[in-house]
Design a protein around this ligand. Structure first.
Ligand code: CP3
Length: 352
């Protein structure tokens, strides 16, 4: 449970409370676009950085120099697969690579459910260290990958464009699919509960690739498992952020699955998406991360547009619509933070 002295902007926005100005943080706000990150990255590989609490803590705090309203734990959605018995590598420039992918019932049976305190003690230790450093001033966001997105990596063995193996397994062997999704949703619920007990102030469920599905398959093969996670966390007293990309057609179903805040990518108009979702949820998003590589005037127009679509309604958390790109100049991140705070403080003059 959150133990912050005064409720910070980010938590107020998640609770749809009115506030002085719109809070802002960035998905992938810690990472390769920051020279401070690259300095540490030269000495350690990425997985090792996630497994060393001192380093994870230091890297989590790095983006606070930009003035963001929340920190997000430095880790990865694929890390919890390690104690399950999955062999994972991050090949340079190629992204994640799983050496023992899940394709059959026996592969699902072999996946182990180990409590986070045993399997991922360094993640919980990092949370303790970060909380001490933040000393109650800035909220800390924990996270996990959603069952569908994790299953897609497990089945494909890495990133994918068409998700052929994932969809074929789902359609041809719903028995294996459902057994896998049950195990993954149990693991994710346990991990997020452990992160909350360790002291994070909010959690985000990343269903990054779920937008590759049609609404009927989402409802049948994904929604029950994401719902199990959100209903298992409903009484924890922290905001629950539900994020995916390419989800325009899935948003009402994702809202029904759960989450007090729905994360939007940049392919939707934030105002229209929020209207479709209704008043019962807050929204997070949704600047195109490529705008951070455009000239300051073009970037500013992008920021103004997102704020205008939110129209000053309580319950907007400004963010990018997907992670910050490694090519992003850090100054541009700082600019966006300043503009979001300044423009939203008097955003009644913004055009819709
Ligand atoms: O947002 C943050 O700053 C917190 C840290 C964080 C990372 N990954 C660090 C990371 C978070 C929240 C994630 C989530 C994550 N990881 C997702 C969901 C969000 C999204 O982007 O859709 C996914 C799909 C992953 C899986 C993953 N991790 C991929 C596909 C890659 C390779 C692509 C890439 O950008 O290199 C990673 C590696 C990764 N995760 C890096 C970082 C900082 C880069 C590692 C490096 O230094 O080389």
């Amino acid at each position: 449970m959150s133990q912050l002295p005064e409720k910070p902007r980010f938590l107020k926005a998640c609770a749809r409370e009115p506030l002085d100005c719109t809070p802002v943080w960035f998905m992938r706000q810690a990472g390769r676009y920051m020279p401070e990150y690259m300095k540490i990255r030269e000495k350690h590989n990425f997985l090792k950085m996630c497994c060393l609490p001192d380093i994870a803590c230091e890297v989590t705090l790095q983006p606070l120099v930009h003035g963001v309203d929340a920190a997000i734990l430095f880790s990865d959605i694929l890390l919890p697969l390690l104690p399950m018995g999955i062999k994972l590598e991050f090949a340079k420039g190629e992204g994640p690579h799983i050496l023992n992918p899940v394709r059959e019932q026996a592969d699902v049976d072999r996946l182990q459910l180990v409590p986070s305190a045993e399997g991922l003690p360094f993640v919980l230790e990092a949370i303790h260290l970060i909380r001490k450093e933040l000393s109650g001033k800035t909220p800390l966001i924990g996270f996990a990958g959603a069952p569908f997105t994790l299953a897609s990596y497990l089945i494909e063995g890495g990133a994918s464009k068409s998700y052929i193996r994932t969809k074929c397994l789902m359609l041809e062997r719903p028995d294996i699919w459902k057994a896998l999704m049950e195990k993954l949703s149990d693991a994710v619920l346990e991990l997020l509960s452990a992160q909350i007990r360790a002291g994070v102030d909010a959690v985000q469920l990343f269903d990054s690739w779920v937008g590759c599905l049609n609404p009927s398959d989402y409802a049948e093969f994904v929604e029950p498992y994401s719902r199990k996670i959100f209903s298992g966390l409903a009484n924890e007293g922290v905001p629950l952020i539900h994020f995916g990309t390419g989800t325009a057609a899935l948003l009402p179903l994702m809202r029904d699955a759960g989450g007090t805040v729905i994360g939007l990518d940049w392919r939707v108009n934030l105002g229209e998406a929020w209207r479709a979702l209704g008043d019962g949820v807050a929204v997070q998003g949704n600047l195109d991360p490529v705008f951070l590589l455009a000239s300051p005037p073009a970037l500013k127009r992008g920021v103004e547009r997102v704020l205008a679509q939110a129209a000053g309604r309580p319950g907007h958390v400004f963010n990018v619509g997907h992670g910050i790109l490694p090519e992003t100049p850090p100054d541009q991140v700082k600019r966006v933070v300043e503009w979001v705070h300044a423009l939203s403080a008097k955003n009644s003059v913004l055009e819709r």
